[in-house]
Write a protein that binds this ligand. Structure first.
Ligand code: ADP
Ligand code: GN1
Ligand code: MG
Length: 368
């Protein structure tokens, strides 16, 4: 079980980092599902995070990845004439020079410079934001294209291995530890009916038809900060899952979250559907951001990336619901079930709009 963060522990952790000036405040911040995030204000603001070590079992390896990736991104941004303090995450070291701090209860903490005058949105405001997000995640792949993949630890093994997620789901249904399976038969059937499709991308990877690249693997809209002044995509954050992966999944996870007409946790799942204008805006941005890097197969499989990420994520929410809500942070009863239903609503709508999705991808690929 995760330990509660008392004020005492929070101040102990805050005091461990090489921040400037006295601590003015330190309050919970953002809407991530995984880490415990705080905005720490001293002479300037910082992000202070307790890492989720139940999910990231090897925080030391995780921080090695983050150190490597943030310094590489910093250099890449500078080479392109950008501002490395705003366009890349900057780790703040502890007073004894380390990249993380272990508190007296064994919790692992890290700190970043807080990027000011920029916003991570939980829902798309307009198509331009989403285009910017696509461009930034596409560009991110380009910025890391030269990063040595063999230097990266796999922070969560099989993170986007959809068939393995399906196996875990089936086990959760069978074990039914909370006795909830009976009441979610329709959702269980939704997954089972699509069992064969789950392995589509993994099979292509195994045959060498899709390349393994260094990818972000968690490309939700709120994992990118948009500049308040210019409206442009500024900085890709939440680098815990940067690992070798599939480009179509980076693309697809963004579509799953941002092109849904319903919020991820909307209680009325009938509001979920795929917005084709948003789908097009993101596709255009992503393809422009990737430049000419993607192969023909990767481009052709983009709709599959969107579909499989939606199916996979819905299955993960349902699995967590069946297992007693132990993975994703929840703030209300049935939160994971609501999240699951919005994903399945979106996936079902994609099945209806498949031809249009393919046409949009083909059109955007021609232009970029
Ligand atoms: P989680 O894995 O829990 O989603 P994130 O690393 O995404 O954690 O951080 C949670 C939220 O904190 C983000 O959605 C964003 O709003 C905010 N955030 C994270 N890092 C920064 C930063 N360096 N500057 C400003 N805001 C940040
Ligand atoms: C989690 O960390 P956060 O909140 O950005 C999850 C993603 C899911 C997402 C669903 C490490 O993302 O895989 O798609 O929730 N991250 C991890 O909202 O499991
Ligand atoms: Mg996040």
């Amino acid at each position: 079980m995760k330990k509660e963060i008392t004020r005492e522990i929070l101040l102990e952790a805050a005091g461990a980092f090489d921040t400037q000036g006295e601590i003015v405040s330190c309050e919970p911040y953002g809407s991530g599902h995984i880490n415990d995030t705080f905005r720490l204000v001293c002479k300037r603001p910082y992000i202070l995070q307790r890492m989720n070590t139940e999910i990231f079992k090897n925080p030391q390896a995780l921080m090695e990845n983050i150190e490597g990736v943030t310094s590489y991104l910093r250099r890449s941004v500078m080479e392109r004439g950008g501002d490395p303090d705003r366009e890349a995450l900057t780790l703040v070291r502890t007073r004894d020079g380390k990249s993380f701090y272990v508190d007296s209860q064994g919790g692992y903490w890290r700190a970043y410079l807080f990027i000011e005058n920029a916003t991570g949105y939980d829902q798309v405001k307009d198509a331009n934001d989403f285009y910017q997000s696509g461009y930034s995640f596409g560009r991110f792949q380009g910025l890391l294209a030269g990063y040595p993949a063999d230097k990266l630890w796999e922070t969560i093994p099989d993170f986007h291995n959809t068939p393995k997620r399906f196996e875990t789901f089936k086990k959760a249904v069978k074990e039914d530890v909370c006795g909830r399976a009976g009441s979610v038969q329709a959702e269980i059937a939704f997954v089972m009916d699509r069992a064969e499709k789950m392995g589509t991308a993994q099979a292509m990877l195994a045959k060498g038809e899709l390349p393994l690249r260094v990818t972000h693997n968690d490309t939700k809209l709120n994992n990118i900060l948009i500049d308040n002044a210019t409206g442009r995509g500024l900085c890709v954050i939440d680098l815990d899952t940067v690992m070798p992966g599939l480009s179509i999944f980076d693309y697809g996870d963004s579509i799953r979250f941002g092109a849904n007409t319903a919020a991820e946790d909307e209680p009325d799942a009938s509001k979920a559907s795929l917005s084709l204008p948003l789908f097009e805006a993101y596709t255009k941005g992503f393809l422009e951001g990737c430049g000419k890097d993607l192969t023909d197969n990767e481009i052709r499989m983009l709709p599959w990336g969107a579909y499989l990420m939606t199916l996979e994520c819905g299955t993960r929410f349902l699995t967590d619901y069946l297992q007693g809500d132990t993975y994703f942070h929840i703030t209300r009863e049935n939160h994971n079930l609501d999240r699951c239903r919005t994903q399945f609503g979106l996936a079902a709508d994609m099945e209806k709009k498949w031809g249009q999705m393919e046409d949009i991808v083909a059109r955007c690929a021609k232009r970029s």
